[in-house]
Design a protein around this ligand. Sequence first.
Ligand code: IPE
Ligand code: IPE
Ligand code: MG
Length: 254
Amino acid sequence: MVFPLVRNKMKKDGYTYHGIPKNLPEHVAIIMDGNGRWAKKRLLPRSAGHRAGVEALRNIIRMSSHIGVKYLTLYAFSTENWKRPKDEVNVLMNLLVEFLYNEIEELDKENVRITFMGEISRFPDKCVTAIEYALERTGGNTGLVVCIALNYGSRLEIQNAVKKIAELYKEDKISLDSINDELISSCLDTSHMPDPDLIIRTSGEQRLSNFMLYQASYSEFYFTDVHWPDFGNEAYARALNEFAARKRRYGDVK
Ligand code: IPE
Ligand code: IPE
Ligand code: MG
């Protein structure tokens, strides 16, 4: 179902946004898919798709910050993406480093806090250094929290959480009864954020691909055929409008 865009117009720092609804999701998570197909359609190499994807990412971070989304999680590299050709993995790593060094200044000015989730230690040193720089530089910021999922897989995250909890139990620090949702959530990579309200996946696939399996229990899903590099302000506004029209019942009968 297509919802007409609401007529709101929002201005911030020289940017104008149309059709932003009032009840925004507090936490938006995005599975940024379709860079390869975007490139293929244009007879370009996949790397060109990834580069165009970074532009979309810059724009969506800025818009999220301006319109007042509080948390934005971006799935950038999954634990399964290591299966890709080495060259493509290298392109993605280099784009990450470039993105962080190029954008930190402006993101910092915007009061954006950059965080990460996933097992960063498997990345080359240059990535780890860039990640540490981003964490340090924006750690004190109080605006939009951006969480970049890198070498992230929900099953790995859950395995790690189970290990942490087993360790706490073994050391007699917790009882069996204290293993509850709160404790489990605090052991996940997302412990610094609430669960996502809205999960967007671009480029037509309708699956989670190992993304936030635990946290998505009551998330709203939005799938669009738009490839990630083409996901601009209007496409984002459409997703937000559809979210605003959803009835979230959490098992109740309201
Ligand atoms: C998403 O685009 C980016 C990453 C997974 C890193 P893809 O590279 O998966 O693009 P498609 O799905 O092949 O079109
Ligand atoms: C999911 O996209 C991972 C990211 C967007 C980083 P994929 O392109 O890897 O997912 P599949 O292989 O189509 O499930
Ligand atoms: Mg893909």
